[in-house]
Write a protein that binds this ligand. Structure first.
Ligand code: DGL
Length: 268
């Protein structure tokens, strides 16, 4: 497959959360066109089986490849945790995922090699972050914690709410007891909780935001493959969703930090 630098980057997630990655990409690579896919009809993925997630992931990757994307980004930690190989096997375009980006950034940040990881139950049960970190640093200590309540709290907009603070204190207690110095925010929704999590974790813990890590990795890969667009006109963004877009639009603007247009519904 010929990869054209003028083509778009394909980014996908189970819903609205992957817009944190799109936001980081827009800031880091403002001239790159993006096709974003959010499976809003079937979200959340974080509590679904590996088989189901694999089936959905294949459908989404094939949809974006039909748009001739030059690069596929798995923005969803849950999909990256259990289905990243499925995507790599079918895609003629290069594939990046948030887990490898987050793991590498965590290793760059840690001094003590004691790393905490928080994510959805499926991501944590898969131990994908543990494997990615140990591949590079076998002596690292990785402590993981599933935080199932964070996704609905973020979608509710309770980013600085006493209930969210209490929930975070409860979830982080066992992780912080392990004297970690780095905490990976291993879910698309968690970057929105960064100020609160940073307060709860304290000043000695570095938070690794997988969205920012992803934008850096994307820029580096485009350079390596000579795939940066030459265009200097404003980039075009298209957002594809599987359910009526009202909620996506409202919540999405919070994730993206700007207004959302070009939202299309995919009928499957
Ligand atoms: N996008 C998912 C993730 O990053 C969170 C939402 C879901 O459970 O589908 O893990």
């Amino acid at each position: 497959m010929h990869l054209d630098p003028q083509n778009s980057i394909g980014v996908f997630d189970s819903g609205v959360g992957g817009l944190t990655v799109v936001r980081a990409l827009m800031e880091r690579l403002p001239f790159e066109h993006i096709h974003y896919f959010g499976d809003t009809a079937r979200v959340p993925y974080g509590v679904k089986s590996v088989e189901t997630i694999g089936h959905y992931t294949t459908q989404i990757a094939e949809f974006l490849l039909e748009k001739q994307v030059k690069l596929l980004i798995i923005a969803c930690n849950t999909m990256a945790a259990v289905s990243s190989q499925v995507v790599r096997d079918l895609s003629p375009a290069p594939v990046l995922d948030v887990i490898e980006a987050g793991a590498l950034n965590a290793l760059a940040a840690t001094r003590s090699r004691r790393i905490g990881v928080i994510g959805t139950p499926t991501t944590v049960n898969s131990n994908a972050y543990g494997r990615a970190i140990h591949q590079v640093e076998p002596n690292a200590r990785v402590v993981s914690q599933a935080c199932a309540l964070f996704v609905p709290l973020v979608e509710e907009g309770w980013l600085d709410h006493p209930v969210t603070r209490l929930t975070a204190q409860e979830y982080l207690k066992p992780v912080l007891a392990e004297k970690i110095d780095t905490l990976v925010l291993g879910c698309t929704h968690y970057p929105l909780l960064k100020p609160l999590l940073s307060e709860v974790a304290g000043p000695d813990v570095v938070l690794v935001d997988s969205a920012e890590a992803m934008a850096e990795r994307t820029a580096a890969l485009l350079t390596d493959l000579n795939l940066h667009t030459a265009s200097r006109t404003p980039a075009e963004y298209h957002f594809w969703v599987t359910d009526v877009p009202l909620r996506f639009q409202a919540i999405g603007e919070r994730f993206l930090g700007r207004s959302l247009s070009n939202v299309h519904v995919v009928k499957w």
